[in-house]
Design a protein around this ligand. Structure first.
Ligand code: F6P
Length: 485
């Protein structure tokens, strides 16, 4: 690998993300083993990483797990170790109980703890140190997501020769909410260490630029922020711009065309009793996803007699997520009580109102579920993008099926018209759309699905990473940077 190449002292492209693209496990003999985790980001970045001589810095996902850097399918993986205490304060605390709710419209109240902030800073520094160690002279580093917003600035201080990009996978809130954060200025300055800051929607990029204007005295012009140099004169430029993320559309499309998946889809419908309408929800069990609003609407439709359990059913996949965070525990309790009540009240022998599945499934099973579903319900209260909506479309080469999509997702900005848009706070409106979706005639379904597929099959995740990296590579390398010794 590149360390053995003459004259090279590191990797040319370094990705920094909270998680590594592998899952570690301990084998029965006590050895540490790893398997690839099939996330979208890995699929997107793998070809670019291989071509560019890449390394990926991230957390292994378990406490106190120390592992030397290793090669996996042509990519160098560099594990960052977190203690149990750091997982509690940096990951569950500051990332997922402070930033996550604050950046998602304070749907749940954010908690502000100084000890969590200290851990966030400390862990961000560890990621920055690891990236600085791996990067070759004048390399490019691409930092990902809200867990690592201080890394760009820390990295620039360590390595002024680097080109640094940052991509925010979740919404960036309006300054009126962001302003609550006691450490708002440090976060803005942390991000401004990057040359290019990518967001999901234009609205997110605009919110960030407004926050810069409100909280700093840096000059801004459209999407460009000019940072002062050491003498206070105009220095380097930072660009804040939308790059909506996507999925590996072709892979999903091909998967859904396989006979195994098609047969499995038929089997699922048969197991459900071959109802006229299968509704589907697929989410991490997260309060941002609007699962309660969806299930409440569904229950009311059964109560009103507008839906009948013998003719329609709802399959709700709710994959386990962040189970040590209180707000997620409360949500699980609420959802499970609600599902139990609705099933108890409206279910019949052989006909469940709601099939609730608190599991994660491999892509083959997900593709089969998408094919089995007449109506896909994506009713998030706030979502950076929502890739489930895109997967549903990519799976439907039969041009059947209806996508009901919340206005509050990044996907709605990109995909309209095509989905049936819904405001999940408007329960009566959502009920009408749930009924209308099942009644849509196949010609109209096809017209909408074609439009959606044209978009999703071309704007895939490879195009997303190429467009981000091409803007980042166009940044002039800093002329004053001293070569590393
Ligand atoms: O959407 C943000 C995100 O961090 C994704 O990158 C990730 O797939 C998802 O949330 C799950 O989060 P976690 O790493 O906390 O399980």
């Amino acid at each position: 690998r590149c360390r053995s190449l003459p004259g090279k002292d590191g990797y040319d492209l370094v990705v920094v993300a909270n998680r590594l693209p592998v899952d570690f496990s301990v084998s029965p003999t006590g050895d540490l083993t790893w398997q690839r985790s099939p996330g979208g980001l890995v699929t997107a970045l793998e070809p670019v990483m291989r071509e560019a001589d890449g390394a990926w810095v991230g957390w292994s996902g378990a406490p106190d797990l120390a592992h030397e850097p290793f090669d996996a399918d042509g990519v160098r993986l560099v594990p960052v170790t977190l203690s149990a205490d750091e997982i509690e304060r940096y990951y569950e605390g500051f990332s997922n109980d402070t930033l996550w709710p604050l950046y998602h419209d304070v749907i749940a109240p954010p908690t502000y703890h100084r000890q969590w902030w200290d851990a966030y800073r400390r862990v961000n520094q560890r990621f920055a140190d690891a990236a600085a160690e791996q990067a070759a002279q004048d390399a490019t580093v691409w930092v990902h997501d809200y867990q690592l917003q201080l890394v760009p600035r820390m990295l620039r201080d360590l390595r002024p020769d680097l080109r640094i990009g940052f991509f925010d996978h979740i919404p960036f809130p309006p300054v009126e909410l962001f302003g609550q954060l006691p450490w708002r200025r440090q976060i803005v300055d942390g991000l401004l260490g990057a040359d290019v800051i990518g967001f999901q929607r234009n609205g997110d990029a605009a919110n960030f630029v407004r926050a810069v204007r409100r909280l700093t005295d840096y000059a801004t012009r459209g999407p460009v922020i000019t940072m002062p140099d050491a003498e206070g004169r105009p220095g380097r430029h930072v660009r804040a711009q939308a790059f909506p993320i996507s999925i590996d559309s072709r892979r999903f499309d091909e998967l859904a065309r396989t006979p195994e998946v098609q047969n499995r889809a038929k089997e699922i419908r048969a197991d459900l009793g071959n109802p006229e309408t299968v509704y589907l929800g697929v989410d991490r069990l997260d309060y941002t996803k609007g699962i309660r609003h969806r299930i409440k609407s569904y229950g009311e439709l059964l109560e009103d007699g507008r839906l009948d359990v013998t003719r329609a059913t709802l399959v709700q996949v709710a994959s386990p997520s962040r189970e040590n965070v209180g707000a997620y525990q409360d949500l699980r309790e609420h959802v499970e009580i609600l599902v139990g009540r609705i099933n108890g009240e409206f279910g019949e022998l052989g006909h469940s109102a709601i099939h609730y599945l608190h599991h994660s499934y491999p892509p083959e099973e997900m593709a089969a579920l998408y094919l089995a579903a007449d109506v896909m319900l994506v009713t998030a209260l706030r979502d950076g993008m929502n890739l489930v909506a895109k997967e549903y479309v990519a799976a439907r080469s039969d041009e059947r099926g209806v996508l009901v999509l919340s206005e509050f997702t990044g996907a709605a900005d990109e995909l309209s018209p095509g989905p049936l848009l819904v405001n999940p706070h408007d329960i009566d409106g959502m009920k009408d759309i749930i009924v209308a979706a099942a009644a849509m005639d196949p010609k109209e379904q096809r017209r909408r699905m074609r439009r959606l597929r044209r978009k999703i099959m071309t704007d895939d995740v490879a195009k997303w990473s190429e467009s981000f990296l091409s803007v980042l590579y166009a940044v002039q390398p800093p002329v004053s940077a001293e070569p590393r010794n």
